[in-house]
Design a protein around this ligand. Structure first.
Ligand code: NAD
Length: 451
């Protein structure tokens, strides 16, 4: 197995020069990254088309545009985020002041998945650079073209002792994890998340784990059904359902199920065409293994819409399956494809109990016009993050730290959360030397000691 100690040592030595801590250096690096992305927009779009058949629209909105916005926001706020912050001091500490100094960890490893192969590699890199770290990115081996463009782009603007891209699959990832790193940021599946945490434990390396799971979407009886249909269809079928925070399954109130599903069908056809398999812009399934896995669910419950597949082009129509119970195979793991199973309920308590019997979801969506219903779900169910009357949109706000809870992840990023993730918050008390209060010392009975 190849070792990466020489690369990591080079980065450690470079980190020790303190260059990466300089704020101008960090801002220049972020600007360089922004310019390089803008200059390579077309090449990136072509790569995303090759790897996943992403349309230009999807490639821009969910990958390139997202990253450019994160860069703009970070560059604008970095000086204030990075400045030491004065905080309150208790009266028992009279004479002193308290501060929090954000400081970089050192060398950060970023391991990325294939579903948004550019965004999920570069967004954490922005946090790593902003906080003053060196970084190594291990992009996904399942999207080779995008990973190659990313490597070329990074090599053009950064020396490898500062930022490097290492290509490869599981073995490469594990060889990197064998090294002593200062931070590990991983996005991917729950089982691999466990492997990452185990490897990190050997060196007590801090981690962020951005994982997955089954994210429920609830449509209550009083929901605005037309908007719910549109927002759920988009959140589910964008990127052919290969989105970690896509609504994984629907819980629909019995009384509106038929009306809602009819609306949902019409909306989906409007968004993706009457023959989605012929839509040149519908994202494909990443590989045959996942195509076969998804196809095996098509006999679950009753087919309400879709269900056609094209093995040659690895595409699957937006599909809805009804009469689903938690026993079906599609309900055992995260689906990660354009198949939407529908469960129905009479009382909200059934929904809450159903979700509670399973691991904490990465996202949750509730469609209801009633504030009490919304609050009941928000207060009773633990989940990473989510929306009321929308899907996926919380992901793109830089003011909402994004991450999971329980098996859906540890830690969060985006916006200031991204900077904070890659920073250690160093607490510092600056004490006066003008006087010394004796209470803490044994056997000193007189009052203030003048110095
Ligand atoms: P994955 O876990 O298979 O792979 C992710 C990365 O880990 C890849 O770079 C891969 O090379 C590496 N890897 C795979 N097996 C490894 C091993 N045994 N040891 C070390 N490294 C290994 O995930 P994926 O299939 O690329 O992505 C899909 C998963 O990612 C889904 O579960 C999805 O929910 C999750 N995801 C989460 C988020 C989030 O932000 N929370 C975003 C996107 C995807």
């Amino acid at each position: 197995m190849e070792t990466y100690s020489s690369l990591i040592n080079k980065q450690k030595s470079f980190f020790k020069t303190e260059k990466t801590k300089n704020l101008n250096y960090r801002i220049e690096a972020l600007q360089k990254l922004r310019n390089a992305i803008k200059n390579n927009e077309k090449t990136l779009m072509e790569a995303l088309r090759t790897d996943l058949n992403k349309s230009e629209f999807d490639a821009y909105t969910s990958e390139i545009g997202f990253v450019l916005e994160e860069l703009r926001f970070t560059i604008k706020h970095l000086r204030s985020w990075a400045a030491p912050k004065k905080v309150k001091t208790p009266v028992t500490h009279i004479g002193s002041n308290s501060y929090i100094y954000p400081e970089p960890y050192g060398v950060a490893l970023i391991i990325a998945p294939w579903n948004y192969p550019f965004q999920l590699a570069v967004a954490p890199l922005i946090g790593a650079i902003a906080a003053g770290n060196c970084a190594i990115i291990k992009p996904s081996e399942l999207t080779p073209k995008t990973s190659e463009v990313l490597e070329t782009l990074i090599k053009e603007i950064f020396p490898e002792e500062y930022i490097a891209v290492v290509q490869g699959g599981v073995e490469t990832s594990q060889a990197l994890l064998n090294e002593q790193l200062d931070y590990i940021f991983f996005t991917g599946s729950v089982p691999v998340g466990k492997i990452i945490m185990e490897a990190a434990a050997k060196h007590l390396t801090p981690v962020t784990l951005e994982l997955g799971g089954k994210s429920p979407c609830i449509v209550h009886e009083d929901a605005n059904l037309r908007l719910a249909a549109k927002r759920i269809a988009w959140g589910k079928f964008t990127n052919a359902g290969q989105t970690c925070i896509a609504p994984d399954y629907l819980y629909v109130h019995k009384s509106i199920k038929d009306v809602f599903l009819q609306q949902f069908k019409e909306t989906t056809l409007e968004l993706y065409g009457k023959e989605p398999l012929k839509n040149p812009d519908f994202t494909r399934i990443v590989n045959e293994r996942h195509f076969n896995r998804l196809s095996s669910f098509l006999d679950n419950g009753q087919l309400f819409m879709g269900g056609n597949t094209d093995k040659e082009r690895l595409t699957i129509e937006p599909t809805v399956l009804t009469d689903i119970t938690w026993e079906e195979s599609i309900m055992q793991d995260e689906i990660f494809g354009p198949l939407l199973p529908v469960l129905e309920y009479d009382d909200l308590s059934e929904v809450i109990e159903g979700i509670h019997r399973h691991p904490k979801p990465l996202a949750l969506y509730i469609f209801s016009e009633n504030n009490n219903i919304q609050e009941e779900v928000l207060n009773k169910v633990s989940f990473g993050g989510g929306c009321v009357n929308d899907t996926v949109y919380h992901f793109v706000s830089p003011y909402l730290p994004f991450g999971g809870v329980g098996t859906s992840g540890i830690g969060a990023y985006h916006g200031k959360g991204n900077f904070d993730t890659f920073s250690h918050q160093k607490s510092v008390l600056k004490q006066t030397t003008k006087f010394d209060i004796p209470f803490r010392y044994p056997n000193i009975k007189n009052g203030l000691e003048k110095i």
